[in-house]
Design a protein. Structure first.
Length: 144
């Protein structure tokens, strides 16, 4: 049975393994201090938030998200990270995590939930095309 809920202190090792898998997918290797800082911020649940997907009680998916002000609408919710363990893919975890973030944002008066992914991420994009609208924007970034 699939369940979605907040991350618990005992989830730390499984969360870090999933988050490392997410970062590896995008070609990043992060130092342990990065994970320590992120975990602390998720546990505070004030600026950035996290949810987990569990199958049979095992953490198999994670999402991280935050809200920010908007000049043209109510606050927006940015779904920053979404990752499902390879062995759990196709079982609804990512879809359920997106729905849970959407419900969370709606309950807080946000005007939209949005996210980005790499154009080559065809597997994820098949799901995203089903649950959201691709509005055609191109994301740019300036590394600092």
């Amino acid at each position: 049975m699939l369940t979605i809920g907040p991350l618990e202190p005992a989830d730390r090792p499984a969360w870090q393994q999933l988050f490392a898998g997410y970062n590896e997918f995008y070609g990043r290797t992060m130092p342990d201090e990065f994970y320590d800082q992120a975990w602390t911020r998720f546990r505070q649940d004030t600026e950035i938030h996290a949810l987990g997907a569990r199958l049979g009680g095992q953490l198999v998916g994670i999402t991280h998200f935050l809200t920010h002000a908007s000049t043209t609408s109510p606050d927006s919710c940015y779904l920053q990270d979404l990752f499902t363990a390879p062995e759990a893919r196709g079982q609804g975890a990512a879809r359920a995590l997106i729905a849970a973030v959407t419900d969370w944002a709606r309950a807080r008066g946000c005007g939209r939930v949005y996210w980005s992914t790499h154009e080559s991420n065809a597997t994820a994009r098949r799901l995203y095309d089903q649950v959201a609208e691709n509005r055609g924007f191109i994301l740019y970034g300036v590394p600092l």
